[in-house]
Design a protein around this ligand. Sequence first.
Ligand code: NAI
Length: 430
Amino acid sequence: MTDLLTPVLSEQWGEPNSWKLARYEATGGYRAMRTALTMQPVDLVNLVKDANLRGRGGAGFPTGMKWSFVPQDNPNPKYLVVNADESEPGTCKDIPLMMATPHTLVEGIIVSAYAINCHTAFIYCRGEVLHVIRRLQQAVREAYAAGYLGKNILGTGYDLDIIVHAGAGAYICGEETALLDSLEGRRGQPRLRPPFPAVAGLYASPTVVNNVESISSVPAIVNHGAEWFQSMGTEKSKGFTLYSLSGHIKTPGQFEAPMGVTLRELIELGGGMRDGHELKFFTPGGSSTPILTPEHLDLPMDYEGMAAAGSMLGTKALQIFDDTTSVVRTTLRFVEFYKHESCGKCTPCREGTWWLVQLLMKFEAGTAMEGDVDKLLDICDNIGGRSFCALADGAVAAVTSAVRHFRSEFEAGYHTPAWELFPYEKSALF
Ligand code: NAI
């Protein structure tokens, strides 16, 4: 099975001092930067477009296309903001990447910033992960000392500063416009789009917001070319990517594989299911993506495969649940998270997630009433697509998909508590 792995981003993970500049350079680091700084910015944009790198933060928007939206005739400064506020439940790929090889990200930022004519870049990192923030700061300091950042980088005349910014630990600040508000010093709440940040973002200036993994994939594309990147993956979802596996499997962790690998293959890479238990359901890309079931085990884990199954690839955070798990209890835990993290700006999300939790608690306790499943779906109907940003849609996706696949388990909540059907002690997760 290990021949499925395509370690590019994760190649140096676990190697001694992989986070230090000397080690990074000894393994070919900063070659892409040297090449890129001899190229025309527009050629770099076209290279990333040709590679068809799609945003790894969850939405899969083509990265090169996003860069090309930056209006170069706008007299304002252009900004690059790396979204390192990884918070989607189950998602844990950017943090190990930044811990193990922060210079991949720094190099990716230099190349990407140069491509969009930007001279100030930010890394917006979750405030809780102080160890990551320190590691990023150390890498940025090393890059300045080596002349890779600051004024006149390597004598090319190109200037770039990178600022590592610590968020304060709010899920909503991973939403790109809330992130920008937070970076500007305000309470992080989403803005209406359009205008998209590429046109009017930080300080109302053109701003590219890209995920850590997306930016970190750029140096390899510069080194090996678009065709090499295109040689991996499926027809419309190209390249390698990091899948996060957690839950009821033997060896959870990060697995770097081509786009389009199947869940069955990933579970095998993760050592298989817990002994004596079967897969019951899984999230393909964190709890914001509709859950899927064993019938979807052999679908390609790419944007198209997951959409065809009625879900989304999202952050590729596969949370695996076996037959000991109560889907009602899991859904409640998911929705409690969204209720807690709702920024409160818009009513459908603020009130709706609260109501969903109230009702789901009844299902868990076995005190729901006949017809409450329909009430649950009705509340979802009044939230989905009616809120400012995608946060509430995530909560709705968890509920509607759980009811779609396991309606009878919800109906059991009219008379039987979930803990009787699925005792806690059997499920190691909750
Ligand atoms: P989206 O599809 O609205 O936008 C994706 C990106 O494309 C954004 O950067 C947006 O500015 C850009 N874009 C889209 N249309 C554009 C246009 N016409 N012109 C210029 N730029 C355009 O998705 P959104 O709401 O930004 O993100 C939702 C995704 O985030 C979900 O798929 C979810 O999986 C993921 N997510 C990830 C988290 C994490 O921790 N990594 C946390 C929560 C959600």
